[in-house]
Design a protein around this ligand. Structure first.
Ligand SMILES: [Zn+2]
Length: 317
């Protein structure tokens, strides 16, 4: 069985030429391809296998990260037309704080203006004190060199998502957005609305937690990790009047983004299964040995799945 991960799925947009996204036509073509090549896993058969009540079914499971309004506007109708279902991982701070996540503000900056336009102004705002000692040398070698637009997109993302300490990120983004106002996102239209979440769950889609603030768990204190998990489940559950099942997916993903402690908290929270990012099929014994780190492919590892506009790797989101 293969789990496949998607983020932005939308038509090409001319006013945001660098926005990393999978074109809706490519998404449709990829669903056709999966149908022909592997088939799709039935929802109940999937859940029975996760619970250990049935053997592992063959086929593809579709997952969609970040709670984007794209998923209601473009993905949900397409799945419904085909009688398919998917798992949608939703971060909750866009609702509780009524503002867009930093990770998405970064996407908007480079997506609408391009890496070349943003890199230099960013380097004027970031000072070395914002970068922890351990990363300072790496920061220097990677950022202060001539780059083409594609590389500078990556560099902008690396600076904002990896190099600078979290406590400075918001301020830096606010300063940059004064210069690049179109990067200010309206959280109400950028993310799935509560009524849309309810409608999707009622139609058989599974909703899961993608934490509160979409930060790297392995960089957070234990109490912060616990809160990110427990409170996001509580919030989502309230919004949709009870979740069908508790499932989670790690922000960014990869084994370096969470710890044994994180997995334990997920177990404690009654989370049935969680997705990591790891390029391999799910095997039967994964449900017993690592239910809180199931492997998942990026859609760009399969035909028609090449996202355009930015950098393809989930790591770099
Ligand atoms: Zn995410």
């Amino acid at each position: 069985m293969k789990a496949v991960m998607y983020h932005y799925v939308r038509p090409d947009v001319s006013n945001a030429p660098w926005y990393y996204h999978l074109d809706i036509e490519d998404f449709r073509a990829q669903l056709d391809y999966f149908e022909d090549e592997y088939g799709f896993v039935d929802r109940d058969a999937f859940l029975a296998a996760v619970r250990g009540d049935a053997d592992l079914p063959d086929g593809v499971v579709l997952t969609f990260d970040d709670g984007l309004s794209d998923h209601y506007e473009w993905v949900f109708p397409e799945l419904q037309r085909r009688g398919l279902w998917g798992i949608f991982y939703v971060p909750t701070s866009p609702y509780t704080q009524e503002k867009a996540l930093s990770v998405h503000r970064v996407h908007a900056l480079v997506g609408k203006y391009g890496g070349d336009a943003v890199l230099e102004p960013l380097l004027n705002v970031v000072n070395e004190e914002m970068v922890p000692d351990a990363r300072r040398e790496e920061f220097h070698t990677e950022t202060y060199q001539n780059q083409n637009n594609r590389e500078s997109v990556t560099t902008v993302k690396r600076i904002l998502n990896y190099f600078i300490a979290y406590e400075h990120r918001e301020d830096v983004l606010n300063t940059l957005c004064e210069q690049f106002p179109a990067a200010n996102l309206d959280s109400e239209t950028f993310y799935l609305r509560p009524a849309e979440l309810r409608e999707m769950q009622d139609a058989g889609m599974i909703l899961g937690s993608h934490s509160i603030t979409h930060r790297v768990f392995s960089k957070l204190s234990q109490s912060a990790q616990r809160d990110e998990i427990i409170s996001s489940f509580d919030y989502l559950s309230t919004v949709v009047d009870g979740l069908d099942v508790r499932t989670f997916c790690y922000p960014y993903g990869g084994f370096h983004t969470f710890t044994e402690y994180t997995r334990g908290v997920l177990d404690d929270a009654g989370c049935l299964f969680s997705f990591n990012v790891e390029s391999r099929d799910i095997q039967q014994d994964d449900f017993q040995t690592q239910p809180q780190a199931l492997p998942r492919y990026d859609c760009n590892e399969f035909r028609h799945g090449d996202a355009s506009g930015g950098v393809n790797s989930h790591e770099m989101q």
